[in-house]
Ligand binder design. Structure first.
Ligand code: 13P
Ligand code: SF4
Length: 379
């Protein structure tokens, strides 16, 4: 669990909401100059452009966790992303060897808006996962099951994996992590994103009939019979991303019909029927690199969060880039981080009133770190 106690003397947020972006930007710049290297602003690729402009480093979930793990000079990380990312940064930046190097001084991790969560991460609560583990243990030996949590999950789930011989994955290393898991166990219990789990396992010759979906709201074995659990190779949690589930196979068909030669590029959180039709599937980092490395004139329809696709359009006018869906698919929680929240938390930092600090409790951090370090060691 992570806790956040707001100081009573903190500057209030409300006045910041009526300031123009120009003024907010200038004030953010002033704080950045004042704090220099002691402040590190990290930005996930799905953040809006105004926020990305103020990020010292931007990346996908894996790159951002590496950056947090490597942070050396900084005293504060302001994480422009969502809650699970800030928790991960806190765990990695404050792991024992780092604390020792800094004479016990913690890196403060701040999430500009505490309501910036992830609806997928919220689909798996620790008590549900523990109940599922106990229930499947009535049918199969859980010592042969490796739990794998997508990084888009609460720290308590990462700790569960750490305690039970499991590991964390991101969308950029899911295949390597599943290989790691199958070297150590016969089955994988994958949560919370069924689509990333399924799309990855399908590339490893695992079939859908070996991947029962565990619905935490079903009483008996997550809605499965005993045989399905015994025959399983990957038990998938019934969770999904509300943004990526909006992409449909008919969107792919329409682009292929109306734009001959177009290539389809999607994030593996998309459902299998879309992922199967794509030319390339990969993390936000891979999506960016694929576009960057393509020759001028390449045509793309991209199935991932809108802000990233729009940024790619601006940064690559030499290519033809379309958003895969006819309806807007944006991550509403990522979007909560705006210049008003960023400026507010930075000016509070200067006033020595730390707002929105994310600090994972010691026990959860310790076990989450076990699972995160296993992931960071997977090549
Ligand atoms: P990446 O791992 O590609 O950064 O994706 C994170 C995420 O939340 C996608 O929805
Ligand atoms: Fe979570 Fe989906 Fe938003 Fe990513 S895009 S942070 S998975 S809700």
């Amino acid at each position: 669990m992570s806790v956040s106690i707001q100081p009573s003397e903190a500057l209030p947020l409300k006045p910041y909401k009526s300031l123009s972006n120009t003024e907010l930007s200038q004030r953010i710049q002033t704080v950045r100059q004042q704090l220099g290297d002691s402040l590190l602003i990290l930005g996930h690729h799905y953040q809006q452009d105004e926020v990305i402009e103020h990020s010292d480093l931007r990346g996908d979930s894996y790159q951002l966790s590496q950056m947090a793990a490597e942070s050396a000079a900084c005293k504060t990380i302001v994480f422009c992303g969502v809650h699970f990312m800030a928790e991960t940064a806190d765990i990695l930046a404050n792991r024992p060897e780092k604390l020792e190097q800094r004479d016990g001084q913690r890196v403060r991790v701040i999430l500009p808006d505490m309501a910036a969560g992830c609806s997928m991460a919220d689909m798996a609560a620790i008590d549900q996962v523990e109940n599922a583990w106990a229930d499947m243990g009535e049918v199969i030996d859980t010592k042969t099951v490796i739990p794998v949590t997508y990084i888009n999950s609460a720290a308590s789930l990462k700790a569960f994996c750490g305690r039970n011989g499991g590991i964390v994955c991101t969308s950029s290393n899911a295949r390597a992590v599943l290989e790691w898991a199958f070297e150590r166990g016969q089955r994988v219990f994958f949560f919370p994103d069924q689509h990333l789990g399924r799309n990855t396992a399908l590339t490893m010759d695992i079939t859908n009939d070996q991947m029962p979906v565990w619905d935490p709201y079903e009483d008996e074995l997550g809605g499965n019979d005993e045989q399905a659990i015994r025959d399983s190779r990957v038990i998938l949690w019934k969770g999904h991303c509300s943004v990526h589930q909006m992409f449909r196979p008919e969107h792919v068909d329409a682009f292929r019909k109306n734009h001959p030669g177009i290539k389809i590029l999607v994030h593996p959180e998309c459902p299998q029927d879309v992922n199967d039709l794509a030319d390339v599937s990969g993390s936000t980092g891979k999506i960016i690199n694929t576009v960057k490395e393509s020759p001028a004139g390449t045509k793309w329809a991209i199935g991932t969060e809108l802000h990233l696709v729009n940024r790619l359009k601006q940064e690559h006018p030499e290519q033809e880039i379309h958003f895969l869906s006819p309806v807007i698919c944006m991550c509403a929680t990522m979007y909560r981080i705006d210049l008003a929240h960023l400026c507010w938390c930075l000016e509070n930092l200067v006033a020595k009133e730390n707002v929105n600090v994310i600090e994972v409790d010691e026990e959860t951090s310790r076990w989450s770190l076990v699972a995160l370090e296993r992931m960071l060691a997977v090549k």
